[in-house]
Ligand binder design. Structure first.
Ligand code: SF4
Length: 291
């Protein structure tokens, strides 16, 4: 049983404030929910929406994607960032097709055994696709719980056992309510209890929030990671991959060399893409997306 003082106000808030997102509709397939969860891990909803729609139109089931080369998944991933997720999603589609008759498994342990599916995604798919009772801890949920319950502005850098235990202790008993609670807290973190400017005046649990009641004390933990992108290897990898995505043919090296002046950084980025399996170096010296 859970003793959760936040569930009634947050569930009521969600009822009227939730965004109407296609992967949350009652007719959303487990596969479409799985795809949305992988895309949303490191990319905001506004950028995920069109990519998810295009993806689902082209590959409405795992079997559709599994039939194609993994490079097509990387091409479709376009500019969502962190493109290894495309390869993992492809590997996942192959495993679901070959081992589970093309149906996304509903069992948490089986989900966790699929390529590229971690604890969060397994719990999210089991909850949102199959209405099961699992603690969902993404960055939004962790931030809301850190503030409301622990009284600190930001959660620790990496998830702790204490956070997991707290999330589990707050889970409503009824599976369908627990699943709704999970998505509702996520939504509150995304729309109201945001990282930089929480809108406490609009928050349904403002009267219960330990951090707010303490006068919103300033964060005094370890420095938090910035979002710098310009000039990083990640930016160079993105530019190299864009050349390959935009070409239906393998690409000669000079076309890749043209996208970044710093030779050492460019080669390092290309090596990393090859190591990650995102780029295939062909025998004739050209480069392609994986086959
Ligand atoms: S009161 Fe403010 S800090 Fe506390 S949960 Fe609500 S939005 Fe977040």
């Amino acid at each position: 049983m859970s003793d959760n003082p936040y569930s009634t106000p947050i569930l009521a808030w969600y009822e009227t404030n939730a965004r109407d997102l296609p992967w949350r509709r009652p007719d959303a397939s487990p596969w479409s929910i799985l795809v949305s969860e992988i895309m949303l891990q490191q990319t905001p909803v506004v950028r995920v929406l069109p990519a998810w729609e295009a993806w689902m139109e082209r590959w409405p089931t795992p079997a559709h994607l599994a039939k194609e080369p993994s490079g097509e998944a990387v091409r479709m991933w376009n500019r969502l960032g962190y493109p290894r997720r495309a390869l993992r999603l492809h590997a996942c589609a192959v495993a679901i097709t070959e081992e589970y008759d093309g149906e996304v498994p509903d069992d948490h342990t089986t989900l966790l055994s699929l390529p590229g599916i971690g604890a969060y995604t397994a719990a999210a798919v089991a909850s949102f696709a199959y209405g099961q009772r699992h603690a969902i801890l993404d960055t939004n949920v962790r931030r809301v719980l850190a503030r409301a319950e622990t009284g600190i502005e930001y959660p620790p850098k990496t998830q702790t056992k204490v956070e997991t235990a707290l999330a589990e202790s707050l889970l409503p008993a009824l599976p369908s309510v627990a699943a709704r609670w999970g998505v509702a807290v996520m939504e509150l973190g995304a729309l109201v209890c945001t990282a930089r400017a929480p809108r406490c005046a609009d928050c349904p649990i403002a009267g219960q929030c330990a951090w707010r009641l303490a006068g919103r004390p300033a964060y005094d933990g370890p420095p938090r990671r910035g979002q710098t992108y310009a000039g990083t290897d990640r930016q160079v990898r993105g530019k190299l991959l864009a050349v390959l995505r935009d070409s239906m043919e393998p690409v000669a090296k000079p076309a890749l060399d043209a996208v970044w002046d710093d030779h050492v950084q460019r080669e390092r980025a290309l090596d990393a893409l090859i190591d990650d399996g995102l780029v295939d170096p062909l025998d004739d010296g050209r480069f392609a997306l994986p086959g």
